[in-house]
Design a binder for this molecule. Structure first.
Ligand code: ADP
Length: 161
C-alpha cells in the first residue's frame, strides 16, 4: 500500500492546498495531511481548528486523512508508515526552501521520497498568510478557500481586531 504525507501549517487550509491534496490523492493509496502542532510560526488558528477545517475540506476525498503531529516531519512519516512526502511548489521562493528541507530530510531519513507538485496557476499567488491579510482588511476571499473556511476566517479576523 502506498502511503504519502502532505505536511504543513494549513493556517487555514486554502484552495491551493486542496488542489495539491486532490491531485496527490490520485497518486497514492492513502494521503495523510499532517498538520504541524508546533511550527515556529505565529498562527491564527489552533491546531484543533486547523485539523477540523482541513477535515471538512476533504470529506469528499475517500483516501485522505487529516492528523496533527509534533516534532520532526520525518518521525511523523515513520509513525504512519509513509514512503513519500508531498509538497506543493509555487513559483515564488518555495523551491529553495523545499530543496534545503529535502536535503536535511534525506540525511535524516533517506528512505522517504519527496514528490513536489507544481501549484495550479490559479493558486500560484495564494498563501495562508496573504489570505489572512486580505481577510483582515475586509477583502473578498470566497474564491480562495472552501465556503466553511471563509466563514470561520471572517469571524476569526473580526474577533482579533
Ligand atoms: P508550511 O509552513 O510547511 O509552508 P503551508 O501550510 O504554508 O505550510 O504549506 C503546506 C504545503 O502546501 C507547502 O508545500 C506549500 O508550498 C504548499 N502550498 C501552500 N500554498 C499553496 C498553493 N497556493 N498552491 C500549491 N501549494 C501550496
Amino acid at each position: 500500500m502506498t502511503i504519502a504525507i502532505y505536511p504543513g501549517s494549513f493556517d487555514p487550509i486554502t484552495n491551493g492546498h486542496l488542489d495539491i491534496a486532490t491531485r496527490a490523492a490520485k497518486l497514492f493509496d492513502k494521503l495523510i495531511i499532517g498538520i504541524y502542532d508546533t511550527p515556529n510560526k505565529h498562527l491564527l488558528f489552533t491546531t484543533k481548528e486547523r485539523v477540523e477545517l482541513a477535515r471538512q475540506a476533504v470529506v469528499g476525498l475517500a483516501n485522505v486523512e487529516v492528523k496533527s503531529f509534533t516534532g520532526l516531519t520525518i518521525d511523523f512519516a515513520k509513525k504512519v508508515k509513509a514512503q513519500t512526502m508531498v509538497r506543493g511548489l509555487r513559483m515564488s521562493g518555495d523551491f529553495e526552501r523545499e530543496f534545503d528541507m529535502a536535503m536535511m530530510n534525506r540525511r535524516l531519513f533517506p528512505e522517504l521520497e519527496l514528490v513536489c507538485l507544481m501549484a495550479n496557476p490559479e493558486y500560484q499567488f495564494l498563501s495562508s498568510s496573504l489570505l489572512k491579510e486580505a481577510a483582515s482588511l475586509g477583502g473578498n476571499i470566497k474564491d480562495f478557500v472552501p465556503k466553511h473556511v471563509a466563514a470561520v476566517l471572517r469571524r476569526k479576523v473580526k474577533s482579533k481586531m
